[in-house]
Design a protein around this ligand. Sequence first.
Ligand SMILES: *[C@@H]1O[C@H](CO)[C@@H](O)[C@H](O)[C@H]1NC(C)=O
Ligand SMILES: *[C@@H]1O[C@H](CO)[C@@H](O)[C@H](O)[C@H]1NC(C)=O
Ligand SMILES: *[C@@H]1O[C@H](CO)[C@@H](O)[C@H](O)[C@H]1NC(C)=O
Ligand SMILES: [Mn+2]
Length: 372
Amino acid sequence: MLLYQFCFIAFTCVAFCREVTFPPVSGVQHALGYAPDSTPNLSLDLSTILFSGLATYANLPYVHCLAGDDHPIEKYDIAIIGAPFDTGVTARPGARFGPGGIRQGSRRIAAQFSWSVYTGRNYFQEWAKVVDCGDAPLTVLDNTIALKQLDKTHRVISGRKANATDYAVPRIITLGGDHTTTLSALRSTYDHWGAVSVIHFDSHIDTWDPAVLGGGISHYAGVNHGTFLHIAHEEGLLLNTSLHAGIRAPVSNPKYDLQHDRACGFHIVRARDLDKLGMQGIIEKLKHHVAGTKVYISVDIDVLDPAFAPATGTAEVGGWTTRELLTILDGLSGMEVIGADVVEVAPIYDNPGETTVLAAAEVCTILTLTLP
Ligand SMILES: *[C@@H]1O[C@H](CO)[C@@H](O)[C@H](O)[C@H]1NC(C)=O
Ligand SMILES: *[C@@H]1O[C@H](CO)[C@@H](O)[C@H](O)[C@H]1NC(C)=O
Ligand SMILES: *[C@@H]1O[C@H](CO)[C@@H](O)[C@H](O)[C@H]1NC(C)=O
Ligand SMILES: [Mn+2]
């Protein structure tokens, strides 16, 4: 009897179950990029699907920018390069995984879907060909060698002919990495463009004299994420029209540190100055201060409050919100920006919602547009 019932149920199911057809996954994803008046192509064409394959920044094409001379590669105008280096950090390590984290945070960003509702512009479809060059190969065991490898990475990537004719050489946006990595970028911009004004978004001044921060231990220890701007000044890479934005971390010696900061060519806009000046006031102050000079924009993600960017090496409370930073960065377009970075992203401290890497990915998108 039992056997009979079982056979009956099995038979009726074969005979009467609905045939459920799920739409092919490629069809659903294709529809994201379709014009409103066309019908999605539900074939199984897998060749043009977004959000799959390996993660490049913003689904941009990967180019092996560090290939040897015998290996011809596509031309580009703006190169994204990861700098997985975090042994110059003075607190929490982990920014060596920053480039991968920022790419993960950018999975939903794509050229075909990037028209800004604020500016009406598409960060990836203007004059420039933007590509992701992957990460620089940096040894994790020797800072001196790693920074020389990063210097050379910048030389090779910026040493090629740009795709567009207006600019002779490509420009670079670095994904850090701790802030020490900005030193290599500034050496490279100096080679092509001379000394620059740095607009340095950070909660810390990062101009500490190596004699104060690390150099008392060894010369080697004096090259770190809190001294790189001192070293850049010493090497003559900076104009005295540089400034910090978002500063709030305490200093170790108010007289010496701040005087020294001015001697390195910096003016300070503090985090709470935003409360008085408003965002437009901050934008005008930054633009006015660097007017007429070539500009490098460096964004330490710790400029944001830890509520918006917990995943960083030296978090400081009382910072700007993500929206405030994005508005200020949008306001900086139109200057002559010759390079940029977003650094100090240490994904291990991020939350399950990926708050920090999402913010860093969006910052990088706007930086792409500030390069005119
Ligand atoms: C749909 O894509 C397939 C594979 O690329 C192509 O052969 C076919 O012509 C496309 N159909 C339409 C209506 O565009
Ligand atoms: C790159 O250069 C080629 C040849 O000049 C041009 O056709 C193409 O539009 C350029 N690409 C971009 C994205 O500017
Ligand atoms: C900045 O440098 C310029 C040119 O070298 C010089 O004329 C000017 O006095 C300097 N300004 C400050 C504040 O040091
Ligand atoms: Mn910093």
